[in-house]
Design a protein around this ligand. Structure first.
Ligand code: UD1
Length: 423
């Protein structure tokens, strides 16, 4: 069993280079199956979620290699869609459900066990099903296996009742080869949706409007391999921006698209932190006293990302004054707050709102990563706490952060991955 052990109190100083985006890489790797020939995907983060997606593709017959660091080549010529992707694979990777859209569109059938992933309340897939059915598929769920099939898919109008990243992506994937025009309305606008659209178009698809609320897809019959480089990870960058701010540091976060970080940069500025945007970098300077309290509310892009909520709330625990954090995407994403309380944070949760009264500092305690981003929050808490903090369940953090120990150590953090006996 491994834990992260952090001796807090060091200000972070230096440069961190951001890896490719997890939430873009996963649907893009799944979508490479459309090519039926090799696709070279670059700037792929080396994280366990990506390894799991590679494993699932191999399971259905693809050849998946990593010929050099950060590069994945997928050759999908031998993929078979008549194989059920089992629960032991999908339980660990929510993005496995993107293979429903891909395999349905390319082969007319798919069978995938209901997906797992981080738990922050009920995570329905009714909007994914609605999109598949609108295109002419039949969908059934037996023994927690989702089966989708069709004779032919036809372009259609799909209005999503909620702004859902997953449903927008699955609707796009299913429509790529459907005959005629599909219009997805009330679509999510996250950067990784734009990245997926660019990748699909590089393979010969015709997807327009990604990044707006209306995406139009004209089905194509043929697609082909391509070389494509994934965008930088907005949430990884945001996590290090907040870590720099929380430790009173001065850190250049490099290889980012500053526009993708605006909602996070704006909130840091509300806290009195200096954010200097470069062409492909942001510099965070947080010297001289405690940052100010502020109000944060999560919402779909371009709003403040729910995936940054635990990390930002951790910064707010040591800000000067009373802050509020409203979680407007998920109904149960405050579980990690119990762990912060163990470290001295003063937080009251009332429904979808956390009321945070800033304290001078946190103190160390043994804590656990409840999910991927909650785990990132524990690391930030450990970096600011007095004493030695030990964090368990770190395999959840490894799902989404490449070389996190190395990157933080390079800017002055005292963090180590330590193996412990189970006993
Ligand atoms: C969501 C986040 C994404 C984040 C990910 C993991 C948003 C809009 N999405 O993406 O940024 O990376 O969590 O933390 O911020 N919903 C339905 N029916 C569906 C699908 C979703 O009601 O079929 C609801 C969900 O319950 C949720 C909301 O829509 O309240 C957003 O869900 P969705 O965007 O699909 O989740 P993810 O794709 O996992």
């Amino acid at each position: 069993m491994e834990r992260f052990v952090i001796r807090g109190g060091n200000k972070l100083n230096g440069k961190i280079t951001i890896s490719g985006a997890k939430n873009a890489a996963l649907p893009i790797i799944a979508a490479s199956v459309f090519a039926g020939e090799p696709c070279r995907i670059e700037n792929v983060p080396e994280i366990s979620d990506v390894r799991m997606m590679g494993k699932i593709l191999r399971y259905i017959g693809a050849e998946v290699t990593m010929p050099e660091p950060g590069v994945m080549v997928v050759d999908s010529k031998n993929v078979k869609a008549d194989i059920t992707i089992p629960d032991e694979m999908t339980r660990k990777l929510r993005a496995s459900y993107y293979l429903l859209g891909v395999l349905l569109s390319k082969y007319g059938c798919a069978s995938v066990a209901l997906p797992g992933g981080c738990y922050f309340g009920v995570r329905p897939i009714d909007q994914h099903i609605k999109a598949f059915e609108a295109l002419g598929a039949t969908v059934s769920t037996d023994n927690a296996i989702v089966d989708v099939k069709c004779d032919e898919l036809y372009g259609s109008s799909i209005y999503l009742d909620v702004v859902s990243v997953g449903a927008t992506i699955n609707a796009m994937l299913a429509a790529v080869k459907a005959k005629g025009l599909t219009v997805i309305e009330n679509a999510a606008r996250e950067p990784h949706i734009v990245d997926l659209a660019n990748f699909l178009n590089s393979m010969g698809a015709d997807v327009r409007g990604a990044g707006t609320e209306v995406i139009k897809i004209r089905g194509v019959s043929e697609m082909h391999g391509c070389t494509y480089s994934i965008i930088p990870d907005q949430i990884e960058a945001g996590t290090y921006m907040v870590a720099a701010a929380a430790t009173g540091g001065d850190v250049l976060i490099d290889n980012v698209i500053p526009k993708h970080l605006e909602s996070i940069s704006n909130k840091l500025e509300d806290c009195g932190v200096t954010v200097i945007e470069g062409d492909e970098s942001v510099r965070i300077i947080s010297e001289g006293g405690r940052p100010r309290a502020c109000r944060v509310k999560t919402s779909p892009h371009p709003g403040f990302p729910t995936d940054m909520q635990p990390q930002f709330a951790t910064l707010l625990t040591i800000c000067d004054g009373n802050s509020t954090v409203v979680e407007d995407v998920w109904d149960n994403r405050f579980k990690y707050i119990d762990q912060l309380r163990r470290m001295g944070a003063n937080i009251i949760v009332n429904g979808d709102t956390a009321l945070i009264t800033g304290v001078d500092s946190l103190h160390s305690a043994p804590v656990e990563a409840d999910d991927l981003r909650a785990g990132a929050a524990m690391i930030i808490a450990g970096l600011i706490a007095n004493g030695e903090t030990s964090i368990g369940n770190i395999k959840l953090i490894d799902r989404g952060y490449e070389n996190i120990v190395e990157k933080l150590t390079a800017v002055g953090a005292d963090i180590a991955r330590v193996s412990f006996d189970e006993d």
